[in-house]
Ligand binder design. Sequence first.
Ligand code: PHE
Length: 336
Amino acid sequence: MTLAELENAKAESLKEIAAANDAAAVEALRVKYVGRNGSIPALIKAMKGVPKEERPAFGKAVQAWRAEVEAALAAKGAGSSGEKAVDADLTLPGRWWGLGVKHPLSRVIEETAAIFGRLGFTVADGPELETKFNNFTALNTPAHHPSMDRSDTFWFGEDCLLRTQTSPVQIRTMMANKPPIRVICPGRTYRRDTTDATHSANFHQIEGLYVDTKPVSLADLKSVLAYFAKEMMGDGVTVRFRPHFFPFTEPSVEVDFTCHVCKGKGCNVCKQSGWIEVAGAGMVDPRVFGHVGYDAEKVSGYAFGFGVERIAMIKYGIPDIRWLYENDVRFLSQLA
Ligand code: PHE
């Protein structure tokens, strides 16, 4: 195309735009001249074929053409190049895309941190890949305890494993700090369990640990857990302790909340007992203090460990643990 031909084409295009009398015609001309495959971009692409000495003048003319066409299109109500002309009705209500919601497990963890925060507990963290020492030995677990078995625990060699509980964070926290210690430790835990409605190979726990140089008693533990139960589940909930065994606490208890569904009367959810097990707990065993270099004569404390899924299932009435991992928005959005 010569410069003269270009000027003719330009005049022609401006005439066409001036004559366009509806949005569709304007849009068609926008596509024809400045759209991705329009004639002006095509000219720019073909610039290499123009003799070198003519190129600057030709380039200037093409740019001028483009600017004039865009101005003419804009005057006719088209968007600038690349945008479509839209007939927008600004009185229509906007489209609702929905708000995201927090996952039930995140909610339980955050609420737990807030409740214990009011009691002076801070949040501690530890790695999911742990040593045998932190996960078992320092927690006074005998060398041949069944929980160490290859069929129960995900091992990586002799000394490395995916933590089976959040209790190793107790060890890390005590090794790095002096009493008094008040921490909760939420996190992922792993066991070789077959997945079903109440089991998952990867689940979450929240560990709690209080150690002080003043005497700490089982009554302190119970009062803290009773406060937590009421804050988390509502006023009607009471707590009971059942004697149990854990290698790292003595005495040890299992902690039950009254069933939220039947309020303790007995129903299918609580298997007619009126109670639901939510945690393991107890007074820190003196041998654990020995492993972290504390003087067991001078310090005492309690520890507890909750299942986060268990609390979420009770609190929100979720019958199947797998729903917590499927990320089905129909399920998740119910908590909005
Ligand atoms: N770690 C124990 C478990 O996973 C729970 C627990 C924590 C018990 C702290 C006592 C003290 O079953």
